[in-house]
Write a protein that binds this ligand. Structure first.
Ligand code: SAM
Ligand code: DTB
Ligand code: SF4
Length: 331
């Protein structure tokens, strides 16, 4: 096997130290390994840190949809683009808890509540805290994504019992300015720090397939892996097509093998993080999803819709997790 950057052999197991000093050249060297060597390394690291036969199942709910003041060039919910989306107000907490109960019944272990805000207003946060506490009482892990937070808001969410805050860097520092101009990457990183300081676990990743280069995808992994602590969850989204947003001018569907290589590289660089296959399963065959699990992905979103776009599930009898005899709440 080709020697990997910074990894030691311990008997038959490969130990990957948790590092926060990754260089782009190291990420490129991993990504460019011969496929079999890359997969072997990713699988070895995966099995040291996780049960490789287990996949976590999450469920998403859009608790406030559309009319967002941010200009994210990939998003159906931005008020800057005429995407035809119907905006809604913040949902009633009882309706959110009812949706969480259904998701739990369908096998979800984590419930992620998502709002199309630049940042929450304090009165809205009261309601979100109520939702978090009630969903937690159902015995589910809770996650919210609400835009930028102040330290006080993060502390309030922590007080309500929030487990995870999702806030994505989306792409590399170099490509970021081409897709969002209304907030900086530094703004995003500050919110991640506020969540951490409040004791909330961090879910942070990005999107591929917006016209970025492979170097940008790896630059995003370097950015994530060099945060003061690795995000506990790293969502990898394939851009889910939305009409009338700027990304349509640059979109390029990633080569499936490039996706597998990226997942394996993420697994190696962030050995203890849950790598979550998020948006984009509609563009993936069962074989490609299975290959991503082998490369170290260990979480998926269930349900027919994500927030505003589709997440088509196969026939339940043909459920991929069951066919792979993966351990999950479904199988
Ligand atoms: N407004 C909050 C924010 O941006 O942090 C939360 C909601 S936003 C929809 C959550 C994440 O969804 C974004 O950071 C982005 O990475 C992802 N996302 C949005 N639209 C997407 C799309 N069309 N395809 C894939 N991922 C998308
Ligand atoms: C994340 O990284 N992906 C999820 C979750 N975090 C909130 C959102 C995917 C959104 C896909 C586009 C949509 O359905 O609007
Ligand atoms: Fe708003 Fe979030 Fe969509 Fe950006 S990604 S437009 S912040 S909802």
């Amino acid at each position: 096997m080709v020697a990997a950057v910074g990894h030691q052999q311990n008997g038959s197991k490969t130990i990957a130290p948790v590092r926060n000093d990754w260089k782009l050249a190291e990420a490129e060297a991993l990504y460019g390994l011969r496929f079999s060597d890359l997969m072997h390394q990713a699988q070895s690291i995966h099995s040291v840190n996780f049960d490789p036969n287990h996949v976590e199942t999450g469920s998403l709910l859009s608790i406030k949809t559309g009319s967002c003041p941010e200009d994210c060039g990939y998003c159906s919910q931005s008020a800057h683009y005429d995407t035809g989306l119907k905006a809604t107000r913040l949902m009633d907490p009882d309706a959110v808890v009812a949706a969480a109960r259904c998701a739990k019944h369908a096998g979800a272990t984590r419930f992620c509540m998502v709002a199309a805000w630049r940042s929450p207003k304090d009165r809205d946060l009261d309601q979100v805290c109520e939702m978090v506490s009630a969903v937690k009482d159902l015995g589910m892990e809770t996650c919210v994504t609400l835009g930028m937070l102040t330290p006080t808001q993060a502390a309030r969410l922590a007080g309500a019992g929030l487990d995870f805050y999702n806030h994505n860097v989306d792409t590399s520092p170099e490509f970021y300015g081409k897709i969002v101009t209304t907030r900086t990457l530094q703004n995003r990183i500050a919110t991640l720090a506020h969540a951490r300081e409040a004791g909330i676990e961090v879910c942070c990743g990005g999107i591929i397939g917006m016209g970025e280069r492979v170097e940008d995808r790896l630059g995003m992994l370097v950015l994530l892996a060099n945060l003061p602590s690795h995000p506990e969850s790293v969502p990898i989204n394939l851009w889910n097509e939305v009409s009338s947003v700027p990304v349509n001018d640059t979109v390029e569907r990633p080569d499936p093998i490039a996706l597998v290589r990226l997942v394996a590289t993420a697994r190696i660089m962030m050995p203890k993080s849950v790598v979550r296959m998020s948006a984009g399963s509609q563009y993936m065959t069962d074989e490609l999803q299975a290959r991503c699990f082998l490369a170290g992905a260990n979480s998926i979103f269930m349900g027919d819709v994500l927030l505003t776009t589709k997440n088509p599930q196969r026939d339940p009898d043909a459920n991929l997790l069951v066919r792979l005899s993966v351990k999950s709440n479904l199988a």
